[in-house]
Design a protein around this ligand. Structure first.
Ligand code: HEC
Length: 134
C-alpha cells in the first residue's frame, strides 16, 4: 500500500514538473502560409486584447484593433519585429516568457475573464510575424 502511494506521488510530481517545463516553452510557429492580420490575427486580438487595447484610452497606449495600431506599438515603441517572432516582445508577453509578470498578456487576473491564448493561437501569431506581419 505504501509503495503504491509513493509511486503515485512520484508520477504526479513528474507530470507536474513536465507541465511546468512545457509552460515555459515557446510554441512553434504554425505551418500555415499567407497568414495576415485581416484574416487570421484580428479575430484573435478582437477576442482577447481589443477590450483593453482600443478606444480613447488604450492600455499602454497600444491599439490592437487596426494593423497600423499594432505595428506602432505602445507608448514605449514597437512590440514586434517583422520576420523575427521569437525576439518579438508581444510573443514573449503572450507566451509568458517575459520576466516581468505584469507584461504577461492578457493579464493573468482580469475582470473581463479573458483567458490566456492557446499554443495554437500563439503559433499563428508567430507565423504572422515571421511572414512579415502583413
Ligand atoms: C483586461 C485588460 C487587458 C487585456 C484583455 C489585454 N491587455 Fe495588454 N495591457 C493591459 C494593461 C493594463 C497594460 C499596461 C501594463 C503596464 O503599463 O504596466 C497592458 C500592456 C500591454 C503591453 C505592453 C506591456 C509592457 O510591459 O510594455 C502589451 C504588448 C500588451 N498589453 C499586449 C496585449 C495583448 C497582445 C493582448 C491580447 C492577447 C492584451 N494585451 C490583452 C491590459 C490588457
Amino acid at each position: 500500500m505504501k509503495t503504491t502511494k509513493l509511486i503515485l506521488l512520484t508520477l504526479t510530481l513528474g507530470f507536474a514538473t513536465a507541465a511546468l517545463a512545457q509552460d515555459a516553452k515557446l510554441p512553434p510557429a504554425a505551418d500555415k502560409k499567407d497568414v495576415t492580420y485581416a484574416t487570421d490575427i484580428k479575430p484573435i486580438f478582437d477576442a482577447s486584447c481589443v477590450k483593453c487595447h482600443s478606444g480613447d484610452k488604450p492600455k499602454a497606449r497600444l491599439k490592437m484593433d487596426t494593423l497600423p495600431g499594432v505595428l506602432k506599438g505602445t507608448k514605449m515603441g514597437p512590440i514586434l519585429t517583422p520576420g523575427d517572432s521569437a525576439k518579438s516582445f508581444i510573443v514573449k508577453s503572450i507566451a509568458h516568457l517575459s520576466k516581468d509578470r505584469e507584461s504577461w498578456m492578457p493579464p493573468l487576473q482580469n475582470r473581463a475573464g479573458i483567458k490566456p491564448l492557446t499554443p495554437e493561437q500563439i503559433g499563428l501569431i508567430r507565423a504572422w510575424i515571421d511572414q512579415g506581419a502583413k
